[in-house]
Design a protein around this ligand. Structure first.
Ligand SMILES: [Zn+2]
Length: 255
């Protein structure tokens, strides 16, 4: 088996396990519950989930989406989050050849998945996700790619500063959580964060206009569209195709 396949399988397994933990984060963190205790349990009957049923993606499949104890339905969202996290981790490993780029990319994926779900559900982006992501970005970036760290710090400050201005001008549409998430994107993506911001703003404006157009005018004041998912979309686009935009793609073609 060649090295690439080995890395991909490794990334798939770790990504699925990480996705399983992210499901816990998405459910418990906004509720102020501990992420570690108690262990996974059915949200209907509170029966602890058996270790052999707690396998990412596969556990849900062989339980056919039902709790073994009370038969309550388990949302397909859980295996879906695990599968998507695994797929994104595999894509990062396959696309990024350097260890620094791969680990910064995986950090981005592991931050964006829970941020997207929590912001969609609750319209908040918790500091308990953005702060560890920022620390991981700076520690991993400095340790593995010291020469690229100034660019990432500048990109983080620029992206955060840009959204801070937007939040000051348009406080109903943008919050401090969005500002901090943009800074984290810069710390992880470097100059490619420009592509992320562009995609996020374009997608956010288009979806915002469509939602407003479909909302009766009396209700428009109460419409709140979280911006975090658009930043996440932009971050993923920049992660996978941002570099080609700034020329790395041509470099690879000519190698
Ligand atoms: Zn149950």
């Amino acid at each position: 088996m060649n090295a690439t396949v080995t890395y991909a399988i490794f990334a798939a397994v770790l990504g699925a396990v990480a996705g399983s933990f992210l499901n816990v984060v998405v459910y418990r963190l906004p509720r102020g519950e501990s992420l570690l205790k108690p262990g996974s349990h059915c949200t209907s009957c509170a029966t602890p989930i058996k270790p052999y049923d707690n396998v990412p993606v596969l556990g849900w499949i062989w339980l056919r989406g039902h709790c073994r104890a009370c038969r309550a339905a388990i949302s397909p969202r859980y295996p879906l989050v695990e599968a998507v996290t695994a797929a994104l981790c595999v894509a990062v490993v396959l696309q990024h050849s350097s260890l620094a780029a791969a680990l910064l990319g995986i950090t981005l994926v592991l931050a964006l998945v829970p941020v997207t779900l929590i912001d969609l559900e609750r319209h908040i982006i918790p500091n308990r996700i953005t702060a560890p992501a920022a620390i991981a970005a700076i520690v991993l970036g400095s340790a593995l790619d010291w020469s690229g760290e100034p660019e990432r710090l500048i990109a983080g400050a620029a992206a955060g500063g840009f959204l801070l201005l937007a939040a000051l001008c348009y406080p109903r549409g943008m919050g401090m959580g969005d500002v901090k998430l943009a800074a984290v994107l810069g710390l992880l993506l470097g100059r490619d964060v420009a592509a992320a911001m562009l995609v996020a703003l374009i997608a956010g404006v288009i979806v915002g206009l469509v939602v407003l157009a479909r909302t009766p005018s009396a209700d428009r004041r109460s419409v709140g569209i979280p911006f975090g998912p658009f930043l996440a979309l932009g971050g993923l686009v920049a992660l996978f195709v941002g570099h080609p935009i700034v020329g790395e793609y041509l470099h690879h073609l000519h190698r």
